[in-house]
Ligand binder design. Structure first.
Ligand SMILES: Cc1cc2nc3c(=O)[nH]c(=O)nc-3n(C[C@H](O)[C@H](O)[C@H](O)COP(=O)(O)OP(=O)(O)OC[C@H]3O[C@@H](n4cnc5c(N)ncnc54)[C@H](O)[C@@H]3O)c2cc1C
Length: 439
């Protein structure tokens, strides 16, 4: 269902994707427009391919918690008095005292999803749900954003925030029994009744461990085989000094640092986010496995230093050969499903921009060059601003793909958008020229 927007209108900003990043931006723009000292209103519109707001719904597993403090919500670090804070959400839901009594900084993901949905429902910018962006062209001073099922939307600036894409190992073809953890709950809903009473989970990160625990709880008749290359799950580093890598100052310092130093810092602090698991979950899995060793009724098998040597999906099940690299032997099992918790990959600018991506400057590794204010460096032929949220780890550091800096980042973006090309200063003279089509 589309909300009504005037097809002939040109917006100052069109946001592509309406996940937490562009939701935070919509709120920051709303705050800017409310501020009587702000020079001019910024007009905006957002386009989201899902039919309603949703934040990684496939992984909303009961009991799983946020990995950031609720104080790193959509607004607090930018404006602690905002009505869009997590605390105000709790207050409106009538749960403030109950939440406080829990004495935690880490709400469940289900509750945080409800907070994000609540914020998305209150924000005043129009959001076109169920609408996929397939490309952006520049015509004269204006971007024409192509959207499935409706007329293009016109804007002076675009903010790309389409998130990352689920990544399967090369050669793996997804099916009803072979899938990425990002789709876990939806896939399990349509999985045929388990016949082999076995699941395989591939990966050593937080999601992999959560999936193993969830399946172990939800399928009490089934074995769960967790397979990964590390010797054991290793803890996520959420210690206070390491956590400073997510501070707003760290983003500024990272952007200003030479490439070699950025890469060194990414290497030092990968365990804050990648291939790492919250320690209590590691301990919980170990406790379960040990209890099964005591009882002799084994269901949870954690295969470290191992890999999937072969996998055949024959329709009624999947035959998986697990290669144990230290012992140099294989175990072959039939399972009901194999779940790959193998992370995410960049989208690439071409998927969202089409040929206009050719006007964006790239570094030696082909990654977009991005200014401190998240604006992509473009050729002089591009009149408006193309901004990128999310996929900026190489320029803005570890916080880029996460929620930790959303509040501050959306404020920085809004300031840049307010100062940049706007509808009010458009050159209405001369014939429009098309940029990017010949690339
Ligand atoms: C299970 C899980 C748990 C996580 N937990 C945390 C956590 O606790 N703390 C933390 O900091 N980070 C966490 N993350 C990281 C996560 O990436 C961020 O939380 C967040 O999703 C980033 O927001 P985003 O808006 O940039 O991207 P996304 O949330 O991916 O949103 C992108 C949106 O763009 C839409 N879209 C994509 N392409 C198009 C198109 N062509 N046209 C229109 N719409 C499009 C998508 O449908 C989607 O809604 C978690 C990630 C996962 C997978």
């Amino acid at each position: 269902m589309f909300v009504g927007i005037d097809d002939s209108a040109t917006f100052d900003v069109v946001g592509v994707g309406f996940g937490p990043s562009n939701l935070a931006l919509a709120i920051a723009i709303e705050d800017h427009n409310r501020d009587s000292a702000a020079p001019e209103r910024i007009t905006s519109c957002f386009i989201e391919k899902q039919s309603r707001f949703g934040w990684h719904r496939g992984m909303l597993l009961p009991g799983t918690t946020m990995q950031i403090s609720f104080l790193k919500d959509l607004v607090t670090q930018r404006d602690a008095s905002s009505r869009y804070s997590f605390l105000n959400y709790l207050s409106e839901r009538g749960r403030l005292h109950h939440f406080i009594n829990q004495q935690t900084f880490f709400p469940t993901r289900i509750e945080f999803h409800d907070y994000l949905e609540w914020a998305a429902a209150h924000v005043d910018a129009p959001v076109l749900y169920g609408a996929q962006v397939s490309g952006v062209r520049q015509i004269g001073d204006v971007f024409e954003v192509s959207v499935s099922g409706r007329a293009p939307v016109l804007a002076r600036n675009v903010v790309l925030a389409g998130g990352l894409r689920a990544k399967l190992p090369e050669g793996v073809t997804p099916s009803a029994r072979v899938f990425h953890n990002h789709q876990l709950l939806a896939q399990l809903r349509v999985l045929p009744t388990p016949a082999h009473h076995r699941f395989v989970v591939v990966g050593a990160g937080q999601s992999a461990a959560e999936v193993a625990a969830y399946l172990h709880d939800s399928y009490p008749e089934s074995e769960i085989h967790a397979v990964f290359g590390k010797y054991g799950y290793t803890p996520a580093d959420d210690s206070p000094y390491a956590n400073r890598i997510f501070d707003p100052e760290a983003v500024a310092e990272f952007h200003g640092a030479p490439v070699e130093l950025r890469e060194q810092l990414m290497g030092y602090h990968r365990a804050t986010n990648y291939s790492a698991v919250d320690l209590p979950l590691i301990e919980e899995l170990y406790r379960r496995e040990y209890a099964e060793r005591v009882s002799g009724h084994r269901r949870l098998f954690v295969h470290g230093a191992s890999e999937i040597a072969d996998m055949v999906d024959y329709g009624d099940g999947v035959t998986v050969r697990i290669g144990h690299r230290m012992a140099q032997k294989n175990t072959e099992i039939d399972c009901d499903a194999i779940i790959y918790a193998t992370g995410f990959r960049s989208v690439g600018l071409t998927e969202l921009l089409g040929p206009l991506a050719g006007e964006c400057e790239v570094d030696a590794q082909g990654r977009p060059q991005i200014d401190r204010d998240y604006r992509i460096v473009t050729s002089g032929r591009v009149a408006g601003g193309i901004y990128l949220q999310g996929d900026t780890e190489h320029t803005h550091g570890l916080t880029s793909t996460l929620l930790s800096n959303l509040a501050v980042r959306s404020g920085e973006l809004t300031r840049s958008l307010a100062a940049g090309p706007r509808v009010g200063d458009m050159d209405m003279e001369g014939a429009p020229t098309l940029v990017g089509e010949s690339v």
